[in-house]
Design a protein around this ligand. Structure first.
Ligand code: HEC
Length: 686
């Protein structure tokens, strides 16, 4: 009897460990869904009736911003963020606000999701605000004060850096494993930046349980892929795009981004493991099981931009558990989940070399599937929208350096990035069922360049060029609409200082005060420099600095490359073949409705046989496609662009499809933000 009891306890333990954290069922309880597949087993909405979807409710937020939130829905309650990054709970059937948690932390920018931990009756909702991770009571939105410091932990702590000098943002939610929450973060893309440690914290106490150094410390494997001692000052190699758990095996898959600084890496010679890598970590201990590096010594900001997708495919007659990782450069790496070995051969392709620093001679390229974004720009691939636009683009194009998918930035000359700095794939992720991956991508070109840091004199200019020029341009003109010009800002000094201190949209927060802030503001306003007693921290400036992201647009503001400018594809990862591929998105002002457009935010898939996606920047629509052939089944106009990934869930007997929308990336359109829910109103009586 005693033994039986022991066995029973053991079996129950194993069962609990083997059981998915939560079945998707009626809820959307996990960021990106189980295995990152963005799949729901709901089937009230079907291919046959999706055409009758109507708006069920809309929750408006009187704030501007760009949270890009993919919410949770559990037991008919939706958990989400406002643009100011308050956490909110909405009644999933009516959109009525149930509670709102205002942390008081000044924060903005993307905060793409939340995590829910459940055990028996106990519930903990993990939400972010700026650099803080909060544990909230999902019933009331009140902080659970036993967690960390009165209900929150500061993710800047424990990184071996001065917490006041680094800025972090929790762009993707943590991954729950047993009684731990595993966290990555976004950090600044210029020095000083935090090292991208991946860390597990106790869901009750907030105490650190394990830490994986993505920039290895002495004695750890990969250490020799950096200059000695780099780990003490270097930053990046951080997991900002979100992780995925194999809960049966207790493995967490973490994709990482590039090392700092993004575009010039002479101070970080070597392959720079584990930047730009997919990591398989033991979720219980943080021990590295295997890694796959997608870009060696990255100097083009080729982060792994999406969470990976866990799927099972048939290769050579064998069922294999795989993991698919999308990239900005248009490749999809499909790896064996247990070993990290590619399922389709990956070869090291020789790439153009730089005169400014030693690059990796080769970069990995998969044989299959074919890239989902174009790889080499040529005159034949420039825009044909009008003869004038084409002629203009040809002239510009001839002035650019052109390296293909692995560009290196030149001094005093613009280099093409094609696929662009925003992919290829992006943070919205992909949906999957039956080994087929549904992936949306951008297909426009950008350019960038380097300038000599030594040419910068004076404290204000240096602060600006080191911290701001990457986005707002060396000339302060930005790259509108993505990065605003600072020359025509209508903000008064106090407001501008506030934006700089708190960050906004894609802009991180900067901790400048006193004389530094004054010198910076003077420079931003006038281009003039005030001498300052204390110069900025030494070592902050590499020899060359990035002069700013620029989209390659024609004089009318349309992409200067031939269409399609954005696509949606269905790729069979059993065979590596494309099942279909269509342009995604329109420009309302263009007669041609098949151009595709830039899109941010991913698809979801349902058992009802429908793929839902919004994402398109300019037409601001949400669409339903038939996953079998890419046929459009339904579309609706949103009040703002749905630059987020939708969710679907049941509430009060009805299936809802919910999307967050705002116009932060399209400043010419009316600003605002809302959650909009759709359902079959007439057809289904709850
Ligand atoms: C990673 C890119 C990035 C960096 C680095 C960055 N910014 Fe920004 N900044 C942005 C973006 C994007 C916006 C628009 C945010 C929005 O409204 O959603 C912005 C907005 C602003 C605004 C508000 C403009 C207005 O008129 O509304 C100011 C001022 C500003 N930035 C100044 C700075 C300064 C000064 C620095 C350096 C200390 C800096 N930024 C660094 C991306 C960046």
């Amino acid at each position: 009897m005693k033994n039986n009891k022991k066995l029973w306890v053991l079996a129950a333990g194993l069962l609990a460990a083997a059981m998915p954290a939560f079945g998707q069922g009626k809820d959307w309880a996990l960021y990106g869904g189980e295995g990152g597949r963005r799949f729901s087993s709901l089937a009230q909405i079907t291919r046959a009736n999706v055409g009758k979807l109507e708006q069920a409710w809309r929750f408006d937020m009187a704030e501007a911003g760009d949270p890009q939130t993919h919410p949770l829905a559990v037991g008919g309650i939706v958990y989400a963020y406002t643009p100011g990054l308050d956490t909110i709970a909405l009644d999933g059937a009516t959109g009525k606000l149930k509670w709102r948690f205002h942390s008081g932390v000044k924060a903005g920018g993307p905060q793409r999701g939340l995590s829910l931990w459940r055990k028996r009756k106990e519930r903990r909702l993990f939400a972010a605000a700026g650099t803080y991770l909060y544990a909230l009571d999902p019933a009331t939105g009140k902080p659970l004060v036993d967690f960390g410091d009165g209900g929150r932990i500061d993710l800047r702590a424990g990184l071996n850096r001065d917490v006041d000098k680094i800025s972090l943002a929790l762009t993707a939610p943590g991954t729950i494993w047993r009684d731990m929450i595993i966290m990555g973060f976004r950090t600044a893309e210029s020095a000083p930046a935090a090292p991208g440690d991946i860390r597990a914290f106790d869901v009750h106490s907030g105490k650190l349980r394990w830490s994986f150094h993505s920039i290895p410390h002495p004695g750890e494997p990969g250490y020799e892929s950096w200059p000695a001692g780099y780990w003490k000052t270097g930053g990046g190699a951080n997991a900002w795009s979100g992780m995925v758990l194999d809960d049966k095996r207790g493995i967490v898959f973490a994709p990482t981004g590039s090392a700092v600084s993004d575009f010039y890496g002479a101070d970080r010679t070597g392959d720079n493991l584990y930047a730009n890598s997919l990591l398989a970590l033991d979720a219980s201990t943080g021990k590295l099981l295997w890694h796959f590096q997608g870009v060696h010594h990255d100097i083009a900001d080729r982060d792994f931009p999406s969470p990976p997708v866990l799927l099972t495919v048939t290769h050579n007659g064998k069922r294999i558990d795989g993991v698919a990782q999308a990239t900005k450069q248009g490749y999809l790496f499909v790896l064996n989940r247990l070993t990290g070995k590619p399922l389709f051969p990956v070869t090291e392709m020789p790439v153009p070399q730089s005169e400014l620093e030693k690059l990796s001679p080769t970069q990995p390229v998969p044989s299959l599937p074919a890239p989902y974004a174009r790889q080499h720009l040529s005159e034949g691939l420039l825009t044909n929208r009008t003869p004038q636009a084409h002629a203009w683009a040809v002239e510009q194009f001839r002035g650019f350096a052109n390296d293909g998918p692995f560009p290196h930035m030149r001094l005093g000359q613009q280099t093409l990035a094609f696929p662009g700095f925003d992919g290829g794939a992006e943070w919205g992720g992909q949906a999957s069922a039956n080994g087929i991956l549904y992936l949306n991508a951008n297909d426009v070109a950008w350019t960038g360049g380097l300038a000599d840091s030594a040419a910068v004199h004076g404290a204000g200019a240096r602060l600006y060029q080191d911290n701001c020029a990457g986005c707002h341009g060396a000339d302060r003109k930005g790259a509108p609409p993505a990065f605003p010009s600072l020359l025509d800002s209508k903000l008064i000094d106090g407001q501008m200082a506030e934006v700089i201190r708190s960050g906004r949209g894609r802009m991180p927060a900067f901790n400048f005060t006193g004389e530094k802030m004054a010198a910076l503001l003077t420079y931003v306003r006038s281009g003039e420099d005030k001498e300052m007693a204390a110069t900025p921290a030494a070592g902050a400036s590499p020899a060359y600095r990035f002069t700013g992201y620029r989209k390659f647009l024609d004089p009318d503001g349309y992409p200067a490359v031939a269409q399609p400018w954005g696509t949606l594809s269905a790729i069979d990862l059993n065979s590596g073949a494309y099942l279909w591929r269509i342009p995604l998105g329109e420009y309302p002002a263009l007669a041609d409705k098949s151009t595709g457009s830039e899109n941010y935010g991913g698809p979801i898939l349902t058992k009802g046989g429908v793929l839902f996606i919004a994402a398109t920047l300019y037409d601001k629509k949400i669409r339903a496609f038939d996953p079998r052939d890419g046929k459009l089944l339904w579309q609706a106009q949103l009040p703002y662009a749905g630059n987020a990934t939708p969710i679907t869930y049941m509430a009060g007997g009805r299936q809802y499809v919910l999307i967050q929308a705002d116009n932060a990336r399209d400043k010419k359109s009316p600003q605002g933000a809302a959650y909009i829910a759709f359902a079959l109103i007439a057809k289904v009586k709850p």
